[in-house]
Ligand binder design. Structure first.
Ligand code: ZN
Length: 491
């Protein structure tokens, strides 16, 4: 047990470095003066290099390998076996990428980001194209270092979603894209609400009230403002979210804060006694995103939730110029939008599938950077029926590639797929679930998520976790059925 305690201690040291990075990253988004970014970037790069060094340290790896021997492993409890097994995966991945490679990656993304921002501002793809070419080459190099069986894209996917590969994604994304493309052919004009001004201070109060009622522990969390809403974890007792505000649309802030709270409640529900080890960590991006999307789209856009919300809005802002029914239809509207982050929950998945297909072809060398804007626009036409006005509204809209995040996009739609399947299982297990929402009761659902998902940490892979809870493999029929109800409302 001395070896195991030693391993846990060292993992907690690494996690404390991670916590320091989280507070610095949070501060960068929420408070940092513009001139502070360059130095903050250097500090964060230094800390991530230190973490990498500790994770690949010779003595640490020797200790881990000793614990990972079948004889030693057998003697450990199941929870401790998870710690050793998952740490081994993390260390193996970290060892495959030399420090020199990590440094090159960090440098390339700091070079890429301002070029992307300039290209988007001028809507000129040629400004970003050369550095994007370098990025894809670097990602191909990364895939070779990590290793893969079928597609180099698999190596990248696995880092975000362990066990996921292009074969599994093709099997799910292809039928989903087809069914959504067919569905949206029938959508009519999207509903609008009469212009209303929602006082910002009141929005902030209402956001706090609602997420606290849902189950976000504000004694171990806080809500701040940032241009791009996010959630970050410093420790299980300090899980923060941010949001942004629009005076004419209360849902901009409330919707974001609910989404981020979904992430935050997952983090607050991880087992505290295993903090700093994989047993106390979230499973994957796709499972994380299922938690945010479940609350945002499945709970908080449901009719019973709107029945709970409407009187709260009236209490806060006085008599409204629209009815509860109008609010419900507006929240669930479906419309074709060229911008991913402004899209509704139906068409959003098509945006993701387009990016997935493009990334896969780039990584496999089947698509050249110079052809990218044309291919992007063709796919937008094919899937969404949209003509893209310019590259700023098309291929240049997302920051991900400038950050070197290739393989990240699929986790958004995986989150939707997981959320749909989990929510169906939750409703089956608790038939009175939604009736409770109308009365502001959410504890039943949160408890179910705590028991089945949050408390498990990284015990199961995401695919096993879904199967364990719902009794079947990832099945796109649940999401398709849910989206079909949105289409019916919008037709
Ligand atoms: Zn999210």
């Amino acid at each position: 047990m001395i070896d195991l305690d030693n391993l846990k201690n060292q993992l907690q040291v690494i996690a404390k470095y991670g916590s320091a990075m989280a507070v610095l990253g949070w501060d960068e988004e929420v408070n940092l003066p513009p001139n502070g970014h360059v130095f903050r970037g250097e500090v964060l790069a230094q800390l991530s290099a230190d973490i990498h060094k500790r994770l690949t340290d010779k003595q640490f790896v020797t200790l881990l390998n000793k614990l990972n021997k079948p004889d030693s492993l057998k003697k450990l409890s199941l929870d401790n076996q998870v710690i050793v097994r998952e740490t081994k995966k993390d260390v193996d991945l970290a060892t495959k990428l030399p420090t020199e490679f990590i440094e090159r990656s960090v440098k390339l993304s700091s070079k890429a980001f301002p070029l992307w921002a300039k290209a988007r501002e001028k809507s000129d793809f040629s400004i970003f194209a050369p550095v994007l070419e370098e990025t894809i080459k670097l990602k191909q190099e990364e895939a070779e270092l990590i290793g893969y069986k079928d597609s180099p894209y698999d190596a990248l996917l696995d880092a975000f979603e362990p066990g996921m590969n292009t074969k599994k994604l093709d099997a799910v994304f292809e039928p989903l894209a087809k069914s959504i493309s067919d569905m949206i052919k029938t959508i009519a004009k999207s509903p609008k609400l009469p212009t209303t001004i929602y006082d910002l201070a009141k929005q902030n109060e209402l956001n706090h009230d609602i997420v606290a009622t849902i189950g976000y522990d504000l004694e171990s969390g806080r809500i701040d403002t940032s241009p791009h809403p996010f959630q970050t974890t410093l420790h299980v007792t300090d899980v923060r979210v941010t949001t942004r505000y629009d005076e004419k649309d209360f849902w901009v802030s409330l919707g974001s804060v609910i989404h981020e709270t979904g992430h935050a409640m997952y983090e607050q529900g991880l087992p505290a006694k295993y903090w700093g080890t994989p047993r106390g960590e979230s499973m994957s991006l796709g499972i994380h995103e299922s938690q945010s999307r479940l609350w945002e789209n499945f709970v908080c856009k449901s009719q019973p939730f709107v029945s709970y919300l409407y009187p709260l809005l009236v209490k806060k802002y006085g008599t409204l110029k629209y009815t509860e029914e109008q609010l419900y239809k507006w929240l669930n509207r479906v419309e074709r939008n060229p911008i991913r982050v402004e899209s509704d929950e139906v068409t959003y998945n098509l945006h993701i599938i387009i990016r997935y297909e493009i990334e896969k072809d780039l990584m496999e060398g089947k698509l050249q950077i110079s052809d990218l804007p044309r291919v992007w626009n063709e796919k937008m036409k094919q899937y969404l029926g949209l003509d893209v006005a310019n590259d700023a509204l098309g291929v240049l809209q997302d920051v991900h590639w400038a950050h070197g995040a290739v393989g990240y996009f699929p986790s958004y739609t995986l989150g939707n797929l997981n959320a749909a399947q989990l929510y169906a299982a939750a409703k089956k297990a608790m038939p009175s679930l939604e009736a409770g929402f109308a009365k502001g009761e959410f504890k039943q659902l949160l408890d179910w998520l705590r028991v089945n998902i949050h408390s498990k940490g990284r015990t199961y892979s995401s695919t096993d976790l879904i199967k364990h809870i719902t009794g079947e493999d990832l099945n796109p029929a649940y999401l398709a059925e849910h989206l079909e109800t949105k289409i019916k409302l919008a037709s």
